[in-house]
Design a protein around this ligand. Structure first.
Ligand SMILES: [Fe+2]
Length: 157
């Protein structure tokens, strides 16, 4: 079933997939945050590398869903004035993903004894900074999409 509102059409199955992806992404970033913060019992390098690697794979899916389905374009058809913000937000995907890949790499170096043993605090700090930026990105993206949808159905006219 497709819900058609003006020029913006959203497939119901796709919406379910997006919802499931979002739920999973939030679960994984929370789990990783808890794992990295766990004290006094330190997580093992394997646990850290696996949690970060799983989150990276989910983030790749998340960004590709957003980009492949092109809801940015849909939002822009409806509300061209949002185009600059949409472009800026989309351009953040690459940098966010690369940063997470860098953190995964650090964790793998730790796992394979290629780095100092006390690297965990640095990984935790870097992860917290990354997560803050990712959450801010997601919040701005949701706000932009809501704004485009509101324009589309004429709310606020
Ligand atoms: Fe995004």
């Amino acid at each position: 079933m497709a819900v058609v509102t003006g020029t913006l059409s959203v497939n119901a199955a796709f919406l379910r997939e997006i919802k499931e992806d979002n739920r999973r992404l939030h679960e994984l970033w929370d789990e990783t945050e808890r794992l990295l913060a766990s004290s006094p019992q330190e997580p093992s390098p394997r646990q850290v590398a696996e949690a970060l690697g799983t989150l990276r794979d989910q983030l790749a899916l998340h960004f590709s869903l957003e980009e492949a389905y092109g809801y940015f374009e849909d939002a822009l058809d409806v509300a061209p004035r949002l185009s600059e913000r949409a472009e800026e937000l989309r351009s953040q995907h690459g940098a966010l993903f690369l940063e997470l890949c860098g953190i995964v790499e650090r964790a793998e170096q730790w796992l394979y004894h290629e780095t100092a043993r006390d690297v965990l605090p640095a990984i935790s700090r870097r992860y917290r900074r990354f997560l803050h930026a990712l959450k801010e990105h997601e919040t701005r993206e949701t706000a932009m999409i809501m704004e485009a949808l509101n324009d589309d159905v004429g709310v606020g006219d």
